[in-house]
Design a protein around this ligand. Structure first.
Ligand SMILES: [Zn+2]
Length: 440
């Protein structure tokens, strides 16, 4: 690995290993149902996060985690769709048409039909086709046609002024208040637990953003990192979609909105807007986060088609519809690549998870059979002695640690064991471009 000068340091992502942990499941409420590997970071670069997402990781604020899919009651599968191939369903088209009608209002629509009528071709086209991009922008104030009404000598105005802007993921009083309102009313959260600090950590501490500040000259540059897409109605903030923009994809992190607008299905509308945004700005994929097949509430994600699921072992993408979906109906853990391999070689040994009564806390991650991780042999081949370690603000190498050579990767109590586990979950590409934070 290259030595770290100031320029190289700026290109690195940092990870603090937190280790493997069991936790209760938020979906089926089982007490010990889920297990994940965790790391935390204040500095993750978008291209590295993309690599992690494509290995099954996700972030919540500054906490990064990857679930042990075989060990979990409600396995979290990474899903994505090709933005250009998206085919909106009838209910999705209806939701956006309804919203546009509400924003424009009957009076505007009537006058516009008269003052700037659509051509016959346009009408015919609209009848047979649904253009997602056009529909998403139709009621945005900057796109609304405002011809002069001869009877009043003034431009006609829509019923509401609707604006959507993308901003850095920093906190503001208006965003925080909207977040509190949304969490307490929609998710019934205890308001005393929703301090601005928590809001900042959860939704305003994303991955590295570029450009760091938006100006007139860089406005059209491809954006990367964590952003807030802010929806304003008549000047008032009504929704914020938190987005991670990656080199090849838009990842939806969260959305919170004014519950007074619940009837407009803002979750559905924002997903359509983000797909259009991805398509228009050169991000091929749209990531809707994890998909949990057993969770009824999650099924709506599968309605954005065609959807693909990350194979937990081969890291290929398989269509959700068809074989995969049918298999998920019958068992929680599915890896199509594993199924095919087992069918060809009659190997079923490694598809079996651990016995429930094994005390996993005392085992090394290398013994836990967590899908998609590097094996002990693969980690040993990585030359981790040269991996960077950020130690009291300076970069050193792992091999500088006392007794590095003597320690073993499969000893979970040793520093080398902790480092090896982190490398095993991050994968080779991110290891090459990162540093570990341990003692600070
Ligand atoms: Zn569960």
């Amino acid at each position: 690995m290259e030595p770290v000068d100031a320029e190289r340091a700026r290109q690195l992502s940092l990870f603090r290993p937190l280790g493997y942990q069991h936790n209760s499941c938020g979906y089926c409420k089982s007490e010990d149902g889920s297990a994940s590997y965790y790391a935390s970071s204040q500095v993750v670069r978008p291209e590295h996060y993309e690599e992690l997402v494509n290995r099954g990781w996700r972030r919540s604020g500054t906490l990064y985690y990857k679930q042990h899919l075989k060990r979990s009651c409600c396995p979290h599968y990474t899903m994505r769709l090709e933005a250009s191939a998206y085919q909106p369903r009838r209910d999705q088209r209806k939701a956006i048409n309804r919203w546009n009608k509400f924003i424009l209002g009957p009076e505007y629509i009537r006058k516009a039909a008269y003052l700037c009528p659509r051509s016959r071709e346009e009408k015919k086209f609209r009848k047979c086709n649904f253009d997602v991009q056009a529909a998403v922008h139709e009621s945005e104030y900057s796109h609304v046609k405002r011809p002069i009404d001869p009877s009043t000598k003034r431009a006609i105005e829509p019923a509401h002024r609707f604006e959507v802007n993308i901003e850095g993921d920093s906190a503001s009083q208006a965003k925080y208040e909207l977040f509190r309102k949304y969490q307490t009313i929609v998710h019934k959260d205890d308001p005393s637990r929703l301090r601005i600090k928590d809001f900042e950590r959860f939704l305003c501490s994303g991955i590295k953003r570029s450009p760091t500040k938006l100006t007139k000259s860089n406005e059209s540059e491809k954006k990367l990192g964590s952003w807030h897409q802010c929806y304003r109605l008549d000047g008032k903030l009504i929704a914020v979609a938190v987005l991670d923009l990656l080199p090849s994809g838009v990842s939806s992190v969260y959305i919170f909105y004014d519950p007074e607008f619940e009837q407009w299905e803002l979750g559905k509308l924002s997903a359509m807007r983000e797909i259009a945004f991805a398509h228009e700005n050169g991000y091929p994929y749209y990531y809707m986060g994890y998909y949990i097949h057993s969770c009824q509430k999650m099924r709506y994600k599968g309605n954005f088609r065609p959807q693909y699921i990350l194979d937990p072992e081969s890291h290929n993408w398989d269509p959700l519809d068809g074989e995969l979906s049918q298999k998920l109906d019958t068992r929680p853990y599915v890896s199509l690549s594993r199924d095919r391999f087992s069918a060809n070689t009659d190997d079923s040994s490694s598809s079996v998870g651990l016995e429930k009564d094994v005390d996993e806390a005392r085992l090394s991650l290398f013994d836990l059979n967590m899908p998609g991780n590097l094996s002990l042999e693969e980690v040993e081949a990585l030359d981790l002695g040269n991996w960077h370690l950020l130690y009291h603000g300076a970069f050193v190498q792992m091999s500088d640690l006392v007794n590095w050579e003597k320690m073993k990767f499969n000893d979970p109590q040793s520093i080398k064991g902790i480092i090896g586990e982190l490398a095993s979950v991050l994968g080779p590409e991110v290891v090459r471009n990162s540093a570990v934070v341990l003692f600070d």
